[in-house]
Design a protein around this ligand. Structure first.
Ligand code: CUA
Length: 185
């Protein structure tokens, strides 16, 4: 039987350790680069908006009262859509938004935690009672997009979804209150 010299043994251990450290270092660097890259090029950021709202009274007055829900073109031209996520629907069930313009989406929940995403976009957030969830985005293509609830919120969870109708900017015809609604096709 051949005996390995203790010094050789040490060196082999050190070599393996350095190899693993290098591998892990490359992995962490790649992960961080991907996070930074998607943040800069695709607008994928963790939600940073901290805004409180009383879930018991949000439907009575203020921006989430029924007549304020849906999409509004504000006086300065900015587009904001306000949606309530509740067991087991989004109100309104269809949101019309213009293509190629910055849009702010604002969500609130009066009951339990919901979540949502809009397929093929950077829109993906939780909706937690007590807070307003806000997402900035720009829709690139016209058409109907699916917006499902993606956080288990009860027995009707799988039936909870809405449609985002992306329309050409020049077809956007806000009413005198600046509101735009989905058109039936
Ligand atoms: Cu709301 Cu799942």
């Amino acid at each position: 039987m051949t005996q390995i010299h203790p010094e050789m043994h040490e060196r082999r251990i050190l070599g393996t350790e350095l190899l693993w450290a290098f591998g892990v270092g490359v992995f962490i660097a790649a992960t961080l680069s991907l996070v930074i890259f998607t943040a800069l090029t695709m607008g994928m950021n963790p939600p940073s908006n901290v805004e409180r709202i009383d879930p018991k009274t949000l439907h009575l007055s203020g921006e989430f009262a029924e007549h304020n829900l849906g999409t509004t073109v504000e006086a300065d031209g900015t587009v904001t859509a306000r949606v309530i996520a509740t067991q087991f629907m989004f109100v309104p069930g269809c949101i019309a938004v213009p293509r190629g313009r910055p849009v702010t989406l604002r969500f609130a929940s009066p009951d339990v935690i919901h979540g949502l995403l809009v397929t093929g976009t950077n829109v993906n957030t939780m909706v937690i009672p007590g807070y307003v969830s806000q997402v900035h985005t720009e829709f690139q293509k016209t058409g109907d997009l699916l917006m499902p609830c993606h956080e288990y919120c009860g027995l009707g969870h799988s039936e909870m979804w809405a449609t985002v109708q992306v329309i050409p900017d020049n077809e956007m015809k806000p009413d005198p209150q600046g509101r735009i609604s989905c058109v039936q096709r």
